[in-house]
Design a protein around this ligand. Structure first.
Ligand SMILES: [Zn+2]
Length: 220
């Protein structure tokens, strides 16, 4: 297995919630399982750390990141700045092949939902957004969105309310309808609402009040 493959496996592990926030990524163990040198593992971990998906702690090693509430909010803010503009652009240039790829992807999401396969639902939700950017980007934005999608998955895992897993299916379908119709303004607004909707389903407010009540703890 080469570095790129290991990198992608770790990304997928995060998308599928097999690797949870705070999980230790021991170099030795990863080298053993993948059959590559610890130097190579260290390079992959450094890349993931650069993308903020992994946290490196000196003398302790690498851990799957635990984004803070502030980071989660900023991440959604960034996606709101990028993705609505991106789908508006796609509306003006989408080919019938693009629409077919998106419809096929939605069918996969639907199937995962029918099977109640949570891992696949979350991974496919993220991949839908990567497909969209792939269709208009030469690679630079794809990289940015791919990184943000991994972070979003970590954030959903950390702050999800049990009732709201990943993107609502119907919103992806509506978005593809708008893209197919070439409705750039409609698609832009829809993506903005969709991202706000995901952010609102997360329990980001609750975390802010999570500081311990020291007065109560040390009363008398
Ligand atoms: Zn979505």
């Amino acid at each position: 297995m080469d570095g790129e493959a290991i990198y992608q496996r770790i990304q997928t592990g995060i998308l599928e919630r097999r690797l949870l926030p705070g999980a230790k990524l021991a170099e030795e163990r990863l080298a053993e399982v993948t059959g590559v040198s610890r130097t190579k593992i260290r390079q992959v971990l450094a890349r993931l750390a650069h993308e903020r998906v992994v946290t490196l702690i000196p003398n302790r090693g690498a851990y799957v990141a635990r984004p803070s509430v502030e980071e989660a909010r900023e991440m959604f803010e960034t996606r709101r700045l990028i993705e609505p503009a991106l789908v508006a652009k796609l509306c003006l240039q989408a080919t019938p092949e693009n629409i077919a790829v998106l419809r096929e992807h939605i069918a996969k999401e639907q199937l995962a939902r029918q099977k109640d396969d949570l891992r696949s639902i979350i991974r496919l939700s993220g991949e839908f957004h990567i497909h969209l950017v792939d269709m208009v980007s030469t690679g630079i934005l794809t990289r940015v969105i791919r990184e943000l999608t991994s972070l979003t998955c970590l954030i959903i895992t950390l702050y999800d309310k049990p009732t709201a897993p990943a993107c609502p299916q119907s919103e992806h379908t509506d978005l593809v309808d708008l893209i197919e119709a070439g409705d750039a303004e409609g698609a832009r607004q829809h993506m903005l609402d969709h991202l706000l909707h995901i952010e609102r389903t997360l329990a980001l407010e609750g975390e802010l009040q999570a500081a311990p009540d020291f007065e109560a703890i040390f009363a008398d």
